[in-house]
Design a protein around this ligand. Structure first.
Ligand code: C2O
Ligand code: CU
Ligand code: CU
Length: 527
């Protein structure tokens, strides 16, 4: 009990801005190159437009510099950021699209079957490496922390895109520094197209809109303040979409495809429209669903993507609709803490403003794709991974990350189909872990190298499952996923096939402060 009090106190101190338990702020932010002046007035939140990428064969080649810059985000002083600054060396028009006035990397668009090549140059003053989140690629391309490069060095990537069409992304993956580097701005979208997707005639070009949702805390000088602790992870009090505050999406009265990425370090969103319109979900992490589905609200955990088909053709010019994150209780009692810097705090995410008439109508196809899921009864075995918070560190079966270590129970065979069960039920430890409290945390569990199918959620420890009834109907478990939100008290079973490449990969909690704290392990696919 006294420990629990301490933890609450710690969190209170953090909220009070006294910084107890705060992670070291990246002092490297202090030195920063000057860039050309941009108007001091807030620029309109411009959108990256997309030109469909042509040609199945061929190459997309980039130079990517991991470098420091500064961006006008708020009125007044610019914000120092770290970014992936990409340049197209070879590839179709539309393969690389900058997001104007954003710290986010230009959007990469590539077709299944094409080869992706990139040279990363590290111009930061700390180690880094890029991970291509959700992509099925050889281990040397996967951005494991053991592959980090020192300042001034380069890393060459080259892989064939075998993933189905979908909204993938990339971010740094150096051990214990991923949270800080992503927070400073390093992330980008990696969108894959394929032929069966193109044949559907979904909205494209300006009507296929990527939306990256992140939370930040700005200090008095408009600088990013990184004050996450290892228990809840970083939780900001200001929402940015595509790097901009108070984001406005200007639309015409016609259908749109919206691709949402939760690019936040630790914040989970409970997305809903302000007028209670239901969502039509067409895709998840690993691409299009078999059929569109409806949800009144959607839980979107860090690293997850959701694709929506939204038809504004019934709307009137001048109308505004707000995409919100509704309040929820995240497995433990937040009442006494309150404030925006808590998990489950309510936010406005963006405002859709209907600005233009359009006569363009199109029907949403009733069948979107053939996901070709495997069958649970064909699984060779089930492995259980116990998720726990022990002291201030998350563990996987009681272990934390060791750079080259793979336990015997973390070795799988190439081409085996398995059930992995993530058990967020707090039983393997001692003390208060069985009873919930601050020790019970939602964990968005991610696996590299694969896309899996969520086959079952079982509430096995109802005492721990605080707030479950308010979130459960927002889980979208129908598609291919690489990240699954496990709620406190739940066992979540996923069906996963280890195919294509043998090698050393990672599985971890995608709460980046949990990950950096060691809630990550290697698994090895044996040839
Ligand atoms: Cu986006 Cu290892 O993760
Ligand atoms: Cu990943
Ligand atoms: Cu976690």
């Amino acid at each position: 009990m006294s420990k629990q009090k301490n933890i609450y106190r710690r969190d209170f101190l953090k909220l009070a801005g006294l910084g107890a338990g705060a992670l070291a702020l990246n002092s490297a932010l202090a030195s920063c190159q000057k860039i050309a002046a941009v108007p001091t007035a807030l620029l309109p939140a411009a959108l990256p437009t997309s030109t469909p990428v042509k040609g199945v064969d061929g190459l997309v080649e980039l130079n990517i510099r991991a470098a420091k810059s500064e961006i006008q985000i708020l009125d007044g002083e610019k914000t120092r950021v770290w970014q992936f600054q990409s340049e197209l060396i070879q590839g179709d028009a539309g393969a690389l699209t900058p997001i104007p006035n954003s710290y986010l990397a230009p959007v990469v668009r590539i077709r299944q079957g094409q080869t992706f090549r990139a040279r990363l140059t590290n111009e930061l003053d700390q180690k880094t490496i890029i991970h291509w989140h959700g992509m099925k690629i050889p281990e040397a391309m996967d951005g494991h922390p053991r592959l980090v490069i020192a300042p001034g060095k380069t890393y060459d990537y080259e892989f064939k895109v075998i993933n189905r069409a979908g909204t993938y992304w990339f971010h740094p993956h150096p051990h214990m520094m991923t949270g800080g580097q992503v927070y400073n701005g390093m992330a980008g979208l990696f969108i894959v197209h394929d032929e069966s997707e193109s044949a559907l005639g979904l909205p494209d070009g300006d009507f296929d809109v990527p939306l990256v949702i992140q939370d930040r805390i700005f200090d008095a000088n408009n600088q990013f303040s990184y004050t996450g602790d290892s228990m809840t992870g970083f939780l900001g009090d200001k929402i940015l979409v595509n790097g901009a505050p108070d984001f406005k999406l200007k639309v015409a009265t016609r259908p749109y495809r919206l691709r949402l990425l939760n690019g936040s370090n630790a914040r989970i969103y409970k997305l809903a429209w302000s007028d209670d319109s239901p969502f039509t979900v067409i895709g998840t992490d690993g691409g299009l669903l078999e059929k569109p589905i409806q949800r009144d609200f959607i839980m979107l955990a860090p690293a997850q993507r959701i694709e929506l088909w939204v038809d504004f053709s019934g709307r009137k010019v001048g109308e505004e609709i707000v995409l919100k994150s509704q309040p929820f209780v995240a497995g433990f009692e937040t009442g006494m803490m309150g404030g925006l810097s808590t998990q489950g705090a309510p936010f406005d995410i963006l405002t859709v403003s209907v600005e233009e008439e359009s006569t363009r109508r199109s029907d949403l196809p009733s069948v979107l794709s053939s996901p070709n899921f495997y069958q649970p009864q064909d699984a060779a075995r089930t492995r259980t991974i116990q998720l726990n918070m022990q002291m201030m560190t998350g563990t996987l079966n009681g272990r934390t990350f060791v750079m080259d270590e793979v336990a015997n129970d973390e070795k799988v065979n190439l081409d085996d189909l398995e059930i992995w069960e993530f058990a967020n039920i707090g039983r393997s430890g001692v003390g208060m872990m069985g009873g919930g409290g601050m020790m019970s945390q939602p964990h968005p569990m991610h696996m590299h190298a694969v896309q899996f199918k969520i086959i079952e959620r079982v509430v096995d420890n109802p005492q721990m499952a605080v707030g479950y009834d308010e979130v459960r109907n927002g889980f979208v478990d129908d598609g291919w996923m690489d990240t699954v939100l496990t709620w406190p008290g739940e066992r979540v079973r996923v069906l996963v096939k280890f195919e294509h490449y043998a090698g050393l990969y990672l599985y971890h909690c995608h709460n980046l402060e949990h990950e950096d704290g060691g809630m990550m392990r290697n698994f090895e696919i044996l040839a």
